[in-house]
Design a protein. Structure first.
Length: 163
């Protein structure tokens, strides 16, 4: 599989073999759509405030000690739970681990925070440790997505707003 960006149109393209298209058609259909939307959002944020967009992409959230990176701990936790799932003979236990893994991935804050910060930067706001603080103490993924779409729409970024 090869992933390319068409500089004339700004669209991302996936070139895959027939076997790859058979094995993962939904993924290969969604990947260029999401890459195009993310690329569009990142480019606008960079034009508005390059320094803030770099901070957002690097995940700079202020002072934090080693071992407190939410993305890294999520990756480690999902790998550990997946290993346990693959090693167990307990069918019910395996099902609970599958649900935990799914829920943890859906609820992980880092992807939403990255997109939220890039969208905020696109409308002239700075990156922040918690771009969704105005939504209350525990906003749902749907609420976060709605906020990202609202910021993207305000910035004229239809690629994100339409997702």
């Amino acid at each position: 599989m090869e992933v390319l960006r068409d500089d004339d149109t700004g669209l991302w393209i996936v070139e895959a073999t027939d076997e790859e298209r058979t094995l993962k058609p939904d993924y290969l259909s969604a990947l260029p759509q999401y890459l195009t939307a993310f690329d569009s959002l990142a480019r606008v944020a960079k034009q508005v405030d390059e320094a803030q967009s770099i901070l957002a992409l690097l995940g700079v959230r202020g002072m934090q000690d080693a071992g407190w990176d939410p993305y890294e701990t999520t990756i480690q936790g999902v790998k550990a739970a997946t290993r346990l799932h693959n090693e167990t003979d307990d069918r019910l236990g395996a099902r609970h681990l599958q649900l935990w893994i799914y829920g943890h991935i859906v609820e992980a804050s880092v992807p939403y925070e990255l997109l939220g910060n890039l969208a905020r930067i696109s409308v002239g706001d700075p990156a922040t440790m918690n771009p969704f603080r105005n939504l209350g103490p525990r906003p749902s993924p749907g609420e976060k997505i709605a906020a990202i779409a609202e910021w993207a729409d305000a910035a004229g970024n239809e690629a994100i707003a339409d997702q």
